[in-house]
Ligand binder design. Structure first.
Ligand code: PLP
Length: 424
């Protein structure tokens, strides 16, 4: 088997995610990765400017994590998690609870961000069902993104890609994200709406909406919404699949809010990019509605690979790194560095606005929208040609690099963005 021509061989049997194969038949064969660098089949290097969809925050093929997972692999690979338990899951639960918002008590394992969200939704619906309440509606932000399974799609902002499935969605109502200008209006209409006592839960991406092109919203406004909902028995579900594990400058975005969520969804960087796994955590208040002599009040949800020992080991190692002085210093370094870059770039004639939340940096281009579809692809190709992997979303360019990215690599990301803007 040769590693050459991966793209050609790929085309024979593989169906890729989020891809129209007729118009976009080509893929890029990646053979190796280390730290912040991806290597393609021709040996060309790319700086992974989005940490492979916000997963490998401690760098690709991190030796510290690899060593722990390799050891675990030869001890216990997989075991049923219904009726059995194991050290990696327990160790992870003990360390994760320490860094989660203080009210979080119980962890439910699954496989990816979408399943973490499904479980969060099911927890909220069944919480009320178990209590005998008739609450069947979910509340969500406009333009939110929560995953691609049915429940997760339902609570995501309507997208053109969801057309075939919309008739099958669960009952969801949407509210705008808070700004200084609209918050009073949002609260006033929510006050009226919650009077019907039919809303089970509210799901939101705290502070940063990833798929909506790293839109950052007002923490104070979000806090006021959460407070109002919690006073009215609406469970709050923080989808921290993207924002979790240090990206916003704190362990979790929820740490920057005064109202802790009832339920939190975690995945992506949870396992440091090594293996798929997810966790839905909740408070004792939520858990206690399921804890009963009646079997049917339990949460009857489970996936075959739940709490896989290798994934738990990777997650535990990831948390150890996240809490280390080295990674914490790196996070501060990136925050500072992005701030400096923001100052330099914000006056560029093509930059409409910049925004930053912790290590997440984004800029919007002030270009005619009619040109942007084509421009987005040209920008992407320009970055790749220069050896920088960034995925512009519409007319937004954003950076979410692994924490271990070196200063000179970060400089190259910045200078490539600048030269791209200069060449438009
Ligand atoms: C990526 C993402 C998801 C979905 O996670 P998958 O692992 O891709 O299913 C859900 N919510 C948010 C906020 C995400 O960024």
């Amino acid at each position: 088997m040769t590693a050459k021509n991966l793209s050609k061989r790929d085309q024979k049997h593989i169906w890729h995610p989020l891809t129209q194969h007729k118009t976009h038949p080509n893929t890029l064969g990646i053979v190796r990765a280390k730290g912040a660098i991806l290597y393609d089949e021709n040996g060309k290097e790319y700086i992974d400017g989005i940490a492979s969809w916000y997963t490998c925050m401690y760098g690709h093929c991190n030796d510290f994590i690899l060593e722990k997972v390799q050891k675990q692999m030869s001890r216990l690979d997989q075991v049923v998690f219904s009726g059995f338990t194991h050290e990696p899951a327990i160790g992870l639960s003990e360390e994760l609870i320490k860094i989660l918002p203080r009210n979080q008590e119980k962890l439910f394992f699954s496989d990816n961000g979408s399943t973490a969200v499904e479980i969060g939704i099911k927890m909220a619906l069944q919480y009320h069902f178990n209590k005998g309440d008739k609450r069947k509606v979910l509340l969500a932000f406009e333009e939110g993104f929560h995953g691609d399974t049915f429940g997760a799609m339902s609570v995501s902002g309507l997208s053109v890609y969801n057309g075939p499935f919309e008739d099958f969605f669960i009952d969801v109502e949407r509210i705008p994200v808070p700004t200084k200008d609209n918050i009073e209006r949002i609260l006033a209409s929510l006050e009226i709406r919650i009077g019907k006592q039919d809303i089970a839960g509210f799901i939101y991406e705290p502070l940063v909406q990833g798929a909506a092109a790293m839109k950052i919203h007002d923490a104070e406004g979000l806090d006021r919404i959460l407070e109002l909902l919690q006073q009215n028995e609406v469970l709050t579900i923080a989808d921290e699949v993207m924002t979790g594990f240090g990206k916003t400058g704190t362990f979790f975005a929820s740490d920057q809010l005064t109202t802790p969520p009832d339920i939190i969804c975690l995945s992506k960087a949870l396992t440091a990019g090594l293996m798929p796994m997810a966790i839905t955590s909740c408070s004792s208040k939520v858990y206690s509605a399921f804890y009963s002599n009646e079997i049917t009040k339990g949460l009857f949800h489970g996936h075959t690979y739940t709490a896989n020992p290798l994934a738990c080991t990777a997650a535990l190692a990831g948390i150890e790194l996240l809490c280390s002085e080295e990674i914490q210093n790196n996070i501060q370094r990136i925050i500072k560095s992005h701030e400096d870059f923001g100052q330099q770039i914000k006056t560029h004639r093509l930059v409409a606005s910049i925004r930053q939340c912790g290590t997440i940096f984004a800029l919007d281009l002030n270009v005619q929208t009619e040109r942007y579809g084509n421009l987005r692809d040209r920008l992407f190709q320009y970055f790749m040609d220069k050896g920088v992997f960034l995925r512009p979303l519409g007319n937004t360019i954003y950076i979410l690099a692994p924490y271990v990215i070196l200063d000179e690599q970060l400089e190259k990301v910045y200078s490539t963005i600048k030269s791209a803007l200069d060449s438009i």
